[in-house]
Design a protein around this ligand. Structure first.
Ligand code: SF4
Length: 375
């Protein structure tokens, strides 16, 4: 009997659902909305737009390494003008902040053009980008000239070996050099994003924080969220926000000192974007350094949710934690005007749930992967 005959069957290629998305519903009996308020009286002012679900990294907590993440075919990816029309419709309904994400948005050759388009949309006052930083050396200048206001750069470790292990392809030196370059280009704010993982970088959180502070960058630590059906979530690696605070206080504070939370009204600094991060300081430092913590699983912020997402195929996801989506791109391609698009968006928002059902054991995960909607 040959070896081939007994080899286990290869893992069935599971197609991560690139949802077709429900058709947009345009109810002309409804007035064209000037504000987007969901069924829980939460106002949407912040839009996250995933420009691609492709990436030049393979981060272990985001991208399945079995090749099962099937990217959106090029012909299904929304063009810069289609995205522009969708974002303009959101702006007409009171959205003021836009974050461009991915996958890895710097893989889009038309990224500077998209940035310039979004910055020019009336009503949009803040345009930000989330990136893994690998291409900043080439792109930071053109993006700043296109009008980009803010940057969030994902750096989970300062150890080149660990960096290679978690990204599977990344070059830490390039990312750090690109980040340093950005510090000199006059962005409104630069933030460092790190997913906090037990047994991977929990011992590096103080060092990452100091590295960022020394460069005028605001560090933020993120609880891992269960996505992709929970397949990439390892409960033993989950590091809750409370432990992150304790590690930072022990590593950076005076003996016995705790991190002190800052209320948004008391701390209106440029580090505050539109997102859910809670910011803290160490009183003993007596300076304006801040550290942010994003704690969706253990200290949910769904009650204050102010955002929705668009994926690279132009579908609206009212909530990150659920798979339902509405196809706005087809509506644009059908020549739908901004007012009617606003009606479709308001209608889709009506189905938004109160919040996620994530648990620290990885339950409550949608089928879609983080890479499909850009976090
Ligand atoms: S899980 Fe959904 S409701 Fe909660 S903050 Fe995220 S997008 Fe908003």
């Amino acid at each position: 009997m040959t070896a081939a005959a007994t080899a286990p069957a290869p893992a069935a290629r599971v197609r991560l659902p690139v949802l077709p998305g429900d058709a947009a519903v345009i109810d002309r009996a409804e007035p064209a909305p000037h504000q987007l308020i969901d069924g829980f009286a939460r106002r949407v002012t912040y839009l996250r737009v995933s420009l691609t679900d492709r990436c030049n990294y393979r981060c272990t907590y985001c991208m399945p390494d079995d090749g099962s993440h099937e990217v959106t075919p090029h012909e299904d990816v929304a063009s810069a003008s289609e995205l522009g029309a969708i974002i303009a419709a959101f702006a007409a309904t009171g959205v003021t902040r836009v974050r461009l994400t991915g996958g890895e948005p710097t893989l889009r050759r038309d990224l500077p053009d998209i940035v310039a388009r979004v910055v020019a949309i009336p009503g949009i006052t803040d345009v930000a980008l989330s990136t893994n930083g690998e291409r900043l050396l080439e792109l930071a200048g053109p993006l700043r000239r296109a009008g980009l206001h803010r940057l969030n750069i994902s750096i989970d470790t300062l150890d080149p070996v660990r960096f290679r292990a978690i990204t599977r392809r990344g070059n830490l030196a390039r990312v750090l050099a690109g980040t340093e370059l950005c510090s000199s280009l006059g962005f409104r704010a630069i933030k460092l994003n790190a997913v906090a993982l037990r047994g991977f970088n929990h011992d590096e959180l103080p060092a990452l924080t100091s590295w960022a502070w020394e460069r005028g960058i605001t560090p933020r630590f993120i609880e891992q969220m269960p996505m992709a059906g929970g397949r990439l979530f390892v409960p033993g690696e989950f590091l809750p926000a409370a432990e992150v605070r304790a590690i930072l206080a022990a590593g950076l504070g005076a003996p016995g000192e705790q991190l002190q939370i800052l209320r948004a009204d008391d701390d209106p600094g440029s580090h505050r974007g539109g997102g859910p991060a809670r910011y803290y300081l160490l009183p003993s430092r007596n300076d304006d350094t801040r550290v942010g913590i994003i704690s969706p699983v253990t200290e949910s912020f769904c009650d204050d949710c102010n955002r929705v997402r668009i994926d690279s195929a132009g579908r609206m996801h009212a909530c990150l934690a659920f798979d339902d989506a509405v196809d706005l791109r087809s509506a644009v391609q059908a020549g739908t005007n901004a007012e009617d698009l606003g009606r479709a968006i308001a209608h889709a928002l009506g189905d938004k749930r109160r919040g996620h059902e994530f648990t620290t054991l990885g339950c409550g995960a949608p089928k879609k992967a983080m890479i499909a909607t850009g976090g």
